[in-house]
Structures are given as C-alpha cells and as structure tokens.
Design a protein around this ligand. Structure first.
Ligand SMILES: [Zn+2]
Ligand SMILES: [Zn+2]
Length: 261
C-alpha cells in the first residue's frame, strides 16, 4: 500500500476531487498529489459528492473524506439525506462534516433554509464527535450567531478564510483553525496577507479549494492539490520563516484536528 506519513509534506485540507472538472483525469491528479507529497481532505457539497469523496478516500491512503451539504444545496438536506450522511460517517475514512455553512453572496438557496441546514449539520457533527469544515461567504454575523447558539467551543476549520483580524479572533476564540488558500497569493490581497502575518501558525491550515481558486502562477486555470505548495510558500514569505516550518506545523495541525493517519 502506498502513502504513509513519512512521505507526506503538506496537507490540502479542502479539495473537491469528486468535481466533474477532473473527469478522465482524476487518477492523474491524485497521483500527482501523492508524488508531490500532498495528503488531501476531499469534501462533499451534497449527498452524491459526499459518497464520491468517501469512495476516493477508501481507495487512496493519502486521501480522507469530509461529508456534508453545502449552503448552495441546503434544500436537498431532507431526513433521508441526513440519515444517509449519518451512516456514511461511520466509515473511518470520514474525518469531518463539511462543507457546511452559509453563503449570502451567491444566495443560491433561501437564507432560512441555509440556516436550518447549517444548524442541523452542526448538531450532527456534535453527535458524531467529528470536526467541521465551514464555508462562510458574506455571512459572518449569522455564522457566528448560529455557532454560538449551538456551542461555545468547536473543533473545525473556517475554510477559505478572508476576514479581518477581529473576525479571525472571534473564530479562534471558538476554537477554530483558519483555512488559508490560493487567495493569499492574489496581488490585490494585501489585507489578507497582513492578517495572516499575525495569525499563530498553529491555527493555520493550508487548502486549495480545487478545482477553484488556483494560486498564482496558475490563477484562472483549473486548480489541483499539488498547488497547495504555493500557499505554503506565500505564508513562509509573509511570516519570514522557512517553508519547512510552515509545512511541518500546518501538517501537524491538520493531522491533529482531523485525526489523520
Ligand atoms: Zn466553500
Ligand atoms: Zn469548497
């Protein structure tokens, strides 16, 4: 069996390897990640992609699955889907509930329906004692208030974190790690770089959100897990530390939070 801890140098904590963008090339993308020493958490955004994530994770030792219903698909979270997610979660390769959350930017689903789906999946994660992966787009106030209604402390990732220092502190206080992705390499994102410069490294997770959000120098093209190294490079540069320290610390963060290996 391939894939053990000593060959892994970085963890991509948020990828969509089940995406149809990889049709016909998925195996090659997965091999490239492994060859580059990248372990991956591939996330679900509805029942079908959650099942797909788990199928991939069962086949590859450097992949793990998160299962959940994205706010865009909140309408699909009925009792049957909920029960199915619960059954899937019993598999050892499932390491988180996600991605779940609120998206008031694209508003593809009614906000009240999003709120209910988010809350129900928070409850699910607590029942299962699994960490969560949270998607938040222009909904910080609501995300925080729902989180606080359910609990005062969490294990989880705020994925694709783009907030300011004050927002970062609110999530850190609730126990969250912050997922940093390709956006940190974008020229216009000085504000985010300034925030990340001050974040404790032991609260940072690396991610790609592939196939979306490819970092510079691949911006605008299809993204894949091995490009997570550009995120690591940028964080090392901002914090003026070696990329080895970034790799070692963020890999340990992900391994501990999601109970990998
Ligand atoms: Zn997301
Ligand atoms: Zn995502």
């Amino acid at each position: 069996m391939i894939g053990h801890k000593h060959t892994i140098s970085l963890v991509d904590s948020h990828a969509h390897l089940g995406s149809s963008d990889y049709e016909g090339e998925r195996a090659a993308v997965i091999v490239r990640a492994f060859t580059a020493g990248i372990a991956v958490i591939t996330v679900g955004s509805d029942l079908l992609s959650s099942e797909k994530s788990l199928r991939l994770a069962r086949r590859h030792r450097h992949l793990w699955a998160a299962i959940g219903v994205h706010p865009h698909n909140a309408e699909t979270l009925n009792k049957k889907v909920f029960d199915r997610l619960m059954r899937l979660s019993r598999n050892q390769r499932v390491v988180a509930i996600g991605e779940i959350g609120l998206d008031f930017y694209r508003d593809l689903c009614a906000r009240d329906v999003q709120r209910v789906a988010f809350r129900n999946q928070l409850e699910l994660s607590r029942k299962l004692d699994l960490p969560i992966i949270v998607h938040n787009r222009e909904a910080t106030g609501d995300v925080l208030s729902i989180l606080r209604e359910v609990s005062s402390s969490y294990r989880g990732a705020m994925h694709c974190f783009l907030g300011d220092r004050a927002v970062a502190d609110e999530f850190l206080e609730l126990g969250f790690h912050l997922g940093i992705g390709g956006s940190i390499t974008f020229e216009k994102n000085d504000a985010l770089r300034k925030v990340v410069k001050q974040l404790p490294l032991d609260k940072i997770l690396l991610e790609t959100d592939c196939p979306y959000l490819a970092p510079v120098p691949h911006r605008g093209k299809r993204n894949e897990p091995r490009h997570v190294r550009y995120v690591a490079d940028t964080i090392a540069e901002i914090k003026q530390i070696s990329v080895e320290v970034v790799a070692e610390t963020t890999t340990k963060n992900a391994a501990t939070l999601f109970n990998l290996w």
